[in-house]
Every structure is written in C-alpha cells, then in structure tokens.
Write a protein that binds this ligand. Structure first.
Ligand SMILES: Nc1ncnc2c1ncn2[C@@H]1O[C@H](COP(=O)(O)OP(=O)(O)O)[C@@H](O)[C@H]1O
Ligand SMILES: [Mg+2]
Length: 491
C-alpha cells in the first residue's frame, strides 16, 4: 500500500492537489471534486487505522452521523469511506483560511470581543451537535478553522467524533489511550468514562482561555503534569494573566473548567453568554449547585486580602480596590516564556526599550514604566526569563516585589528554598519557589536586601552546579538570579 499520495492521484472521485497539513491520525490534502470541479479537503487516515476492523466499522458508521450535521459552523462532510487501496478517507468542504492554532501562534492573545465571537460561533455548532446526540471529544484550536468573510471572521469546527474512534485503537494510542494533545481534555475523558456535551464545554473553555491569554490553561513541563493538573489543580484565573480584564472572568473559567461535569455550564451557549456578560462587567449569573465552588473562590480571595493587609504594600489604582495579580509559575502579568520580542511588544504595547547585556551578552526588552523585563536566548530569539520589580504584581499567595522575607516564609513555608547559585558566604540573595519562580533580595554584599527586589520567572531549566559561577548556557536559574539582582524599586 502506498503510504503517501501523489499529486494527481484520484481518491474516491477527488483529485489530489497538494498536502495541506499533517495531524496525529493522517494527512489532509487539498483536492478537487472531479465531477463538480469544486475544492475539497481530503483527510487520508494512516494505514494502521484501516487495519483495525473495529475502528473501521465505527469510523464508517459514525462518519455518516457526522455527515448528517448541517450547520453553518460545522465543516460539511462530503464523503467518507474506503479508498480503492483500502485506506479510510474523509472528504470535507475545503475552508480557505487558517486554523485557530496557527492564528494564535501568529497573533498571540486575541482581543476579548474577537475571542468570544470566534468561540461563540464554535459553541453554536457544538450545542447543535449535542442536541443531535453527538459529542465532539476533541475540541482544540487545531480543529477550529477560521475564514475571512465579507461579514467578518467565520469559524468552523471539524473532525467530529474522530477522537472517539481513534481512542479505541490501542496500537495507536499505546498506554496513553489518547492520540493528539491532552491540553484541552476534561477529567472525565482522561479517566476514560462516558462523556456528554459537557466534555466539549470544558474543552471549549480551555480554547477560550487560550484565545484570551495566548497560553493553554495548564502549561506544564510534562504531559503527565498536564494530566495531573486537569484532574487535580484548580482552574487558572484569567486575572493572573490579563489583570486589565474584568475579574468576573475568573468565575467564568472556574465554572467552565470545573472538574465535575454537573458543576459546569450546561451548554456552550451558557459559557459564551457568561463570557460576554463578564466582558460587559456584569457579575456572572448564579448557577444552581455552585455553592461549593463559590465558597472556594471566596476563600481564595480572602487569603489574598489578608496577605495584602500584612504586607500593606498593594498599590491601588485610581483609588480603586487593591490589585491582586500577575505572578504565577507560567506567567508574569500575562507574559509567558518562550515567545519572541514581537509577542511582548504586542502584549504590552509601546513603551519598551531594548538592551544588550554586556555580560553575558543576552538581549533584553525593558518595559520601564511597567517595571518589567524580558530576556532572550540569542540562539533561538525566544524569551527564557521574565522579571518584574513592580509592587502591583503578586502571586496568588499575595507576595511579590517589596515583600519581606518573613512574608515569603509565611506564604510558602518549606517550599521557599535558598538558591545555591545566589548564596555567597552564607548570605542568601535569592530564593526559589517551585521550578520557575525566583525571588531576589538584591543588596550590597555582605547584606542582602530586607525586601524582595525582583521576581523572576525562568524556564525551569536549572543548572548542575559546577562551582564556576554564573553561566546562562548552563541553565537559566543562575542567570535569573544574576539579572534579578540588577533591577529593583525596593531595597
Ligand atoms: N476542511 C479543511 N479545510 C482546510 N484545511 C483543513 C481542513 N481540515 C483540516 N485542515 C488543515 O489540515 C491540518 C491537519 O489537520 P488534522 O489532520 O485534523 O490535524 P490536527 O487536527 O491534529 O491539527 C490542520 O492544520 C488544518 O488546518
Ligand atoms: Mg483536526
């Protein structure tokens, strides 16, 4: 069996033009319907799938079901079946545009109204599918296609039910029981149980989160820790990433990404309506059965307020309420690691200057009025460290620049660890918390500062201690300590 198609080959009445893209389960080609001459996208599944009889039957049966979905925001299925060489194919309407994953890669976080609009269109399609008894099970940016139309952007969802077929083929999924990305998958699906439309609500919530922040809800170092986070960790708060957006969004994501399906929005439409209300600055509507979740949210807020009371340093803006924002293991004020200079300029707007550090020669982008900097790896052009010395920025434990060592200790206990690479003659000039955060206490030796001078987010790539001092190429932890000691407002 040929494993790749050639230009001009005809599959089930479609003439293959060119390869559009490759996914986890096969390749997608731009093709032409030989009879009508109209464009089509033909997805050809891998050989191993056609070889699995159970998969084959389910695929053929359920493609028919998916084909019955006629909705303006669902990519229409034109045909599905086996090609002459025995391989399975799915022919779809060709969408001339780009998928949402590509769009986010290109543009970073989207304007909130645009994000909600795109996600809202997909939500309409999903709700219609749920009403027809179909669950998508693989809602992710890569399965949302976006086309420019005169009336604006038009979003389509594709690959209905494919994940379900695929997850039944153990030769493909191995021990994982899953093909593709785990970033958007709800707990009950990870657990392998029955799922209903609320699984898609969860995934769509993850997609909305990524559209608003440019980051997936649980960005972790390993796939296993992403799985753990879906199962156990509280949903992320949008305010940690986009502090300038209404805080009501926190509640929207707490509900959309609730672990238990019955605590989520019942429909995608409800999720999108809540997001629209949050954007207008309205408090989210009460949901039956959400008392426990609410209590948890209030508890977290109380914790932050008390930490602020101890510190007495939370700045207020325009006399408004204290801001509690910004610092997490994956972002500082919305800035995640691994992006290009352009991405940060876009995120924060004008007001930057760039600098070349003489030692050790890395580029930096400094947002002086925001009291933040970003440092780039000269080889990849991507950021490896983000720092803040802005006292408005706080971790969820309520500490940040200008906090005292005592406050850090009471916030983190034994999780607060002296950074060996920033310890000189027994004096500790920086501490780490978790794999990505460093709290610097700049000061002229032999006296470290009494308060946090700068917080640095680094890429968790710690060094081995060769005893020869700072070398960023050995890992970003000593480098983070080094540069964090050069920026401060508190001393
Ligand atoms: N109907 C379609 N029209 C245009 N492009 C498509 C269509 N279906 C899929 N694609 C593109 O083909 C690529 C591969 O798709 P796929 O095999 O489903 O992988 P994945 O969903 O894992 O990204 C995607 O990047 C998508 O943009
Ligand atoms: Mg796909």
């Amino acid at each position: 069996m040929p494993s790749e198609l050639r230009i001009g080959d005809i599959v089930a009445g479609f003439r293959i033009d060119s390869l559009i893209g490759q996914g986890a389960v096969g390749s997608v080609y731009l093709a032409e319907d030989v009879q009508s001459g109209s464009a089509a996208a033909v997805k050809l599944l891998g050989d191993e799938l056609a070889g699995d009889e159970r998969f084959r039957q389910r695929f053929l049966r359920e493609s028919e079901l998916a084909a019955s979905l006629d909705h303006p925001h669902v990519v229409a299925t034109l045909a599905a079946g086996e090609a002459a060489d025995g391989r399975l194919y799915l022919a779809m309407e060709y969408i001339d545009g780009s998928d949402l994953r590509e769009l986010l890669r290109r543009e970073g976080a989207l304007e909130p109204s645009r994000a909600i609009d795109l996600v809202g269109q997909v939500g309409e399609a999903l709700d219609a599918a749920h009403a027809a008894g179909l669950v998508h099970r693989d809602v992710k940016p890569g399965n949302v296609l976006v086309a420019e139309r005169v009336e604006g952007e038009h979003a389509y969802i594709c690959d209905f039910g494919l994940a379900r077929h695929v997850s039944s083929v153990s030769s493909l999924t191995g021990d994982r029981g899953f093909v593709g990305t785990i970033d958007y998958v709800p707990p009950e699906q990870i657990a392998g149980g029955e799922v209903d439309g609320r699984a898609d609500v969860y995934s769509l919530g993850c997609v909305l989160f990524e559209c608003l922040t440019g980051s997936r809800p649980y960005e972790r170092e390993s796939e296993l820790s992403v799985v753990f986070a879906h199962l156990n960790e509280p949903p992320p708060r949008l305010s940690d990433f986009r502090p300038e957006l209404p805080q009501a969004f926190d509640d929207v994501f707490a509900t959309a990404l609730a672990k238990a399906p019955e605590e989520r929005y019942a429909t995608c439409g409800d999720l999108v309506a809540a997001a629209r209300a949050a954007l207008r600055g309205e408090a989210p509507a009460q949901r039956a059965g959400s008392r426990r979740r609410r209590a948890a949210v209030v508890g977290a807020a109380a914790l932050v307020v008390s930490a602020a009371a101890i510190g007495g340093v939370l700045a207020t803006r325009d006399g408004g309420p204290p801001r509690r924002v910004g610092i997490s293991q994956s972002a500082i004020a919305g800035a995640t690691l691994g992006r290009t200079e352009a991405a940060y300029k876009k995120l924060y707007g004008p007001g930057w200057r760039s600098d070349i550090l003489t030692v050790p020669g890395f580029r930096a982008l400094i947002f002086a009025s925001r009291r933040q900097s970003v440092y780039f790896d000269p080889d990849t052009g991507r950021s490896i460290i983000v720092t803040t010395w802005n006292p408005d920025h706080r971790t969820t434990a309520g500490v940040g620049p200008c906090s005292s060592l005592e406050e850090l200790k009471s916030a983190y206990g034994s999780a607060l660890k002296p950074s060996r690479w920033n310890t000189q003659e027994g004096q500790v000039y920086a501490y780490t918390v978790g794999p990505n955060l460093l709290f610097a206490f700049n000061g002229r030796p032999p006296n470290p500062s009494k308060r946090v001078t700068t917080v640095a987010l680094y890429d968790g790539n710690g060094p081995t201690d060769d005893g020869r001092g700072v070398d960023a190429r050995n890992g970003t932890l000593p480098f983070a300590g080094y540069i964090a000691l050069s920026e401060s407002v508190c001393s």
